[in-house]
Ligand binder design. Structure first.
Ligand code: SF4
Ligand code: SF4
Length: 385
C-alpha cells in the first residue's frame, strides 16, 4: 500500500511534538497526535461508547486516554448515561465527541454532566447529506452558544464517497470513517487528502472481521503507522484488552506482522463488509445490505449488543431488508468488491432477527415483493456465510 503510510518501522513525528504539560490528561505511557488543525492533542487510543464498561474506561483515562466518543442511542441510552455518571469526576480529563442523534443537545449535555462537547459528530451516510448546508448552520448556532467546539463527520454508509465529500466541503475538523482492513486500503486517497487539509481522523469499527487480540494489536499498529490516522476509537471491553493495546503503542509494526495481516485480509475478504454500498447501488429495490450486515455481523455477533442490533435492523423499512426472493435475483453480489455472499447473509440476518424479536414477528415483512431474476454471481464470488 502506498499513500500516506509512513511504512513499517517509521516513527510518527507528530506524536512527539508538544510537551506533556500542553496535553490534556497526559500520561507518558500513552502517545498523542494533533487532531488535524484543531490545536488539540488526542491520545492514539480513544474510547468508543458502544462498549461502556465504566471501570475499564476509568482505567483507560487514568492511563492517558483523553478522547471519548458517544452517541445518544448506543446500548439503548445506557452508554451515554454511564459516561455522564463517570464524567462527574473526569470531565476535565477528556474531550468528548458526540454524535448528533440526540433528541436535543441540551438533553444530551445534561445526561453527560457537562455544558459543552468538544466535537459534534454529524452522522451522515450519503455524499449529498455530508454537504448539507443546514449542518454548518446548526453547528455555528451551537458553537456561538458555547455548546460545541469543533465539527466532525461520522459515516458508515457509502463510506468512501461520503468521507470524500465531507473533506472537500472544508467544513469538518474531523472525520470518522469505518476503517476496517479492506477500508484502510480503499480509503488511502481520502486519508491522504484529510492529512493534506489538516483534518483529524478518528478510525472506527476498525477491528471488524479480526479474530484474536494479537491480530487486533498488530492492526492497531498498522493503522497508526499511517500518519493520517489520528486516533483509533474503540470500545474497550476489559483491562487486559486495554493493557495489550497500550503495550502495542510501544513498538512499530514489524514486517512479519504486516505480512500476516495482509494474508489474513486476503483470506477474510469475503466476510468483511466495507460499507461501501456498491451493492445497494446495484439493487433494484435499494435493499440496505450494509446496514443489515452491520446489525447482524457487527452489533449482534461481534459486539453482542442485541438491543442495538435489533433497533438498527428494525429501523430499515421492511421492503429493504431482503427476503427469499433475493435468491432469484442476486444482482448485488457481482457488485461487491469483497465477493461477500450477500443473499445468504441477508437471509441469515432475517432468520436471527425474526427469532430474536417477538415484535419483529408481529411486524413480519412482506415476503412476496416482486423481483426480477438477475444473473448468477460469477464463480469464486459469494463464498461461505
Ligand atoms: S438479491 Fe436482488 S433484491 Fe436482494 S439485495 Fe441483492 S440486488 Fe437487492
Ligand atoms: S456487502 Fe460488499 S458491496 Fe455491499 S457494502 Fe459491503 S462490501 Fe460494499
Amino acid at each position: 500500500m502506498g499513500g500516506v503510510s509512513l511504512g513499517v518501522g517509521a516513527k510518527n513525528s507528530d506524536s512527539m511534538s508538544p510537551t506533556g504539560a500542553q496535553i490534556l490528561n497526559f500520561n507518558s505511557a500513552m502517545k498523542y497526535r494533533p487532531m488535524g488543525n484543531t490545536g488539540l492533542m488526542v491520545s492514539e487510543i480513544s474510547l468508543g461508547g458502544l462498549v461502556m464498561t465504566e471501570s475499564v474506561h476509568r482505567y483507560a483515562i487514568e492511563h492517558g486516554v483523553n478522547l471519548v466518543h458517544v452517541a445518544w442511542d448506543y446500548l439503548g441510552g445506557q452508554a451515554i448515561r454511564a459516561l455522564g455518571a463517570g464524567l462527574k469526576s473526569l470531565r476535565d480529563r477528556v474531550y468528548i465527541a458526540l454524535k448528533d442523534d440526540y433528541p436535543s443537545i441540551d438533553e444530551a449535555l445534561k445526561v453527560l454532566n457537562t455544558d459543552h462537547v468538544d466535537f459534534l459528530m454529524f452522522n451522515r451516510h450519503w455524499a449529498f447529506s455530508a454537504r448539507d448546508a443546514k449542518i454548518a448552520e446548526t453547528f455555528e448556532k451551537l458553537k456561538n452558544q458555547g455548546k460545541v467546539r469543533f465539527a466532525g463527520l461520522t459515516t458508515h454508509g457509502m463510506v468512501k464517497e461520503t468521507t470524500a465529500a465531507g473533506i472537500r466541503t472544508g467544513f469538518y475538523n474531523v472525520i470518522m470513517p469505518v476503517l476496517n482492513q479492506p477500508n484502510l486500503e480503499a480509503m488511502d486517497e481520502e486519508l491522504r487528502l484529510a492529512r493534506q487539509r489538516g483534518i483529524g481522523v478518528m478510525a472506527m469499527k476498525t477491528m471488524k472481521g479480526l479474530r484474536g487480540l494479537d491480530r487486533e494489536t498488530a492492526y492497531l499498529k498498522k493503522m497508526l503507522s499511517n500518519a493520517a490516522v489520528t486516533t483509533v476509537t474503540k470500545g474497550i471491553g476489559s483491562f487486559d484488552m486495554f493493557d495489550a493495546y497500550l503495550e502495542a503503542l510501544k513498538e512499530p509494526l514489524s514486517s512479519a506482522e504486516d505480512r500476516a495481516l495482509y494474508r489474513y485480509a486476503q483470506q477474510n475478504r469475503s466476510s468483511n463488509c466495507m460499507m461501501c454500498d456498491d451493492c445497494k447501488q446495484a439493487c433494484p429495490l435499494g435493499v440496505e445490505v450494509s446496514t443489515v450486515l452491520r446489525s447482524k455481523d457487527y452489533y449482534y455477533d461481534q459486539m453482542r449488543d442485541v438491543e442495538t442490533a435489533l433497533r438498527t435492523y428494525r429501523q430499515i423499512p421492511l421492503q429493504k431488508v431482503g427476503d427469499e426472493a433475493c435468491r432469484l435475483c442476486r444482482k448485488c453480489e457481482p457488485a461487491c468488491p469483497n465477493g461477500i455472499a450477500i443473499v445468504e447473509r441477508l437471509l441469515a440476518a432475517r432468520e436471527v432477527f425474526t427469532r430474536a424479536s417477538s415484535r419483529w414477528l408481529v411486524d413480519a415483512p412482506n415476503l412476496s415483493a416482486p423481483l426480477t431474476p438477475g444473473p448468477s454471481p460469477p464463480r469464486g464470488r459469494g463464498g461461505q456465510v
